[in-house]
Structures are given as structure tokens and as C-alpha cells.
Unconditional design. Structure first.
Length: 331
């Protein structure tokens, strides 16, 4: 099912991070647990992606089609050509994920989606190996590359936490507290990232939470408790709002520039005084408010509908609700 929040555009997520940080492992998890959506994964090398032969329904020179509806496309030398092939494929994918090479700037790759009206940038996820990131950042030959990758992130995934001692973890957290205090972080192992954090790549698990936050369903394990079974719902708070009225577009844009702390993602279909029906998106540090595309079927409800997600205990839902309700006017 296509994500109605993107209103006809294909959401695109970029996965970045230095060599060995766990990007391919994350992509393997996504292909294995795509939850029925048509996911297109663009990679530099097919060989690194562990695809069960029983799932492969067709294989071409640069594309593998899977029985679960996903496709895996080799980027080769031209990202634009690979994207065109995926966008023009039938049926179109519900979401696209690009694995950036280990030495590339993921933000430059993400900018491709900003220039193509068929795509909607859903965020940049950057993985770091906590056992080596401090040494990489201190290496004069690697520091610039690592710094560019980190600063591109809408979400930082601190990977391999099970392999790091307490002192190393504390040093990594302190470094990011000082360097990137506004960038959300998630700690994990084996590239296990809950689907709720991957935006358009997989559906956001929500319930009716208009009266306050709660745990999101469908989460992965508890990041700090690696010796026990996954504690589903222990990682996140979600919040949603369904309300009539018209938003002031200038107030929504101001909110996107100064989002309350703890909001990792915010999606919404809203009515505004400047654009009529519009799509609101926020991921990590970047936000947009775009008019609903002409000719695209509109949602059945005439109410404004918004959903937010944040790490548990850090989502300032009250401040978010106050800001949004203060931006509403009667119809």
C-alpha cells in the first residue's frame, strides 16, 4: 500500500556510513522484513546482499526481482540511470532505499531526490561503528569524509554496541553530544533498526494517540539490553493528532525550523491557508510543506492528520501539540 503522506511521490531513504559500519546488514534486514511493500534497494554490489535464491523471481544484468515484490538494483556507474530504471519499472516501488558507498557523502546522493518530482526525500540514515568511529574521526586522511557523513544524518545509528566497552560507548556519546546535539541517535547491534525509524521505506506503526504518547508497535529490541529478548514497544513514543480546521502555513514552516526536542519524524496531511491540502514532512533535521499534487486521489477524511515518533521519554508531545493547535484556525 502506497504511503498517502507522500501523495504520489516515491519516498527515498539514503543509508550512509563509513566502510564496515553495517549498511549492507541493515539492507538485508529490510529486504527480509519489508512487510508487504514493494521496496527498491539500490546498491553498489549485488554480491554483498544476501538474497535467498528461493526468493529470486527474475534476474537481469543489473536488477534482481524478488518474489516478495522487492527489487534490488545495481547502481553501477550512474545513480541517475539506476533511479530512472526503478521509477519506470512496473509496478512502481512503494519506496526506494539507496546504499551510499562507504566513502561517499550521503547528502549529495540525497539531493538527487530533491530535483526529481517523482521522488520525496524521506531522510538520511547514517550508521557508525562505535568501536572505530573515534579513531576514524581522528585520522587526518579520513576525518573529512567521516565528518561529512555524520553531518548529513537525519538519524545516526550507533552500531556494534555489543562489541564496545562502557568507556568507549561513553566517549562516543559524549563526542556526538558535543558535535551533533540536535541529531537523533539510536543504539543497536547487527544493523537492527526498527522499521518505525525508516520512514517511507516501511510503514510507521501507530495507534490512536491523540490524547498523548504511547509505545509504538513493531519495534526491534531494546538497544541497551542485548542479553534479553526484544522488548517490542520499549524504544519509542508515538503521538498523533486528528483535528478539523486550517493551519497557517507560515506557522507550520516555523515549526519545521524549530521542532520541539525529541521529534525524530513527523508526517501529516493538512489543510493550509496558503496551499489548501498539503503534505507535511519532517525527518531528523529537515522538513517540507508541499501542496497536494493535482490529479492525485485525496484522502477520504477532511480532517488534518499528523503522526510523530521519538525515542521513548524524549518526545515532547505536549509542546508539539501546543504548537500545532496554536497554528489552527476554524474553517
Amino acid at each position: 500500500m502506497t504511503d498517502t503522506f507522500h501523495a504520489g511521490r516515491i519516498p527515498l531513504t539514503v543509508i550512509g556510513g563509513f566502510l564496515g559500519s553495517g549498511k549492507t546488514t541493515l539492507l538485508n534486514h529490510m529486504l527480509q522484513g519489508n512487510d508487504g511493500r514493494r521496496l527498491a534497494v539500490l546498491v553498489n554490489d549485488f554480491g554483498a546482499i544476501n538474497i535467498d535464491a528461493s526468493l529470486v523471481s527474475a534476474r537481469g544484468a543489473d536488477m534482481i526481482s524478488l518474489a516478495n515484490g522487492c527489487v534490488c538494483c545495481q547502481i553501477g556507474g550512474d545513480l541517475t540511470d539506476a533511479l530512472i530504471r526503478v521509477i519506470d519499472s512496473t509496478p512502481r516501488p512503494d519506496a526506494i532505499v539507496i546504499e551510499a558507498s562507504g566513502v561517499s557523502d550521503p547528502w549529495r546522493i540525497a539531493q538527487v531526490s530533491l530535483a526529481d518530482p517523482a521522488l520525496a526525500l524521506d531522510g538520511v540514515v547514517v550508521l557508525v561503528d562505535v568501536t572505530s568511529v573515534l579513531a576514524q574521526a581522528a585520522d587526518p586522511l579520513l576525518a573529512d569524509t567521516v565528518d561529512r557523513q555524520l553531518r548529513a544524518a537525519d538519524l545516526l545509528v550507533l552500531n556494534q554496541c555489543d562489541r564496545a566497552d562502557a568507556g568507549t560507548l561513553a566517549a562516543v556519546r559524549a563526542r556526538f553530544d558535543a558535535q551533533l546535539p540536535d541529531t537523533p541517535r539510536f543504539e543497536t547491534r547487527f544493523g537492527e533498526v526498527p522499521v518505525a525509524l525508516l520512514g517511507g521505506a516501511l510503514p510507521l506503526a501507530t495507534r490512536d494517540t491523540s490524547h498523548g504518547p504511547h509505545c509504538a508497535a513493531g519495534c526491534s529490541h531494546t538497544a541497551h539490553d542485548h542479553d534479553h529478548a526484544p522488548d517490542h514497544g520499549a524504544e519509542f513514543d508515538t503521538w498523533s493528532l486528528t483535528a478539523p480546521g486550517v493551519f497557517r502555513a507560515d506557522a507550520l514552516r516555523a515549526l519545521l525550523r524549530a521542532m520541539p526536542p525529541g521529534v525524530i519524524r513527523l508526517k501529516g496531511v493538512v489543510h493550509t491557508d496558503a496551499q489548501g491540502l498539503a503534505v507535511l514532512q519532517f525527518a531528523g533535521r529537515h522538513g517540507s510543506l508541499r501542496a497536494w499534487p493535482a490529479g492525485t486521489p485525496q484522502p477520504a477524511t477532511t480532517d488534518n492528520t499528523l503522526v510523530a515518533i521519538g525515542l521513548r521519554g524524549r518526545l515532547h508531545a505536549a509542546a508539539l501539540e501546543q504548537s500545532l493547535r496554536g497554528s489552527l484556525t476554524a474553517r
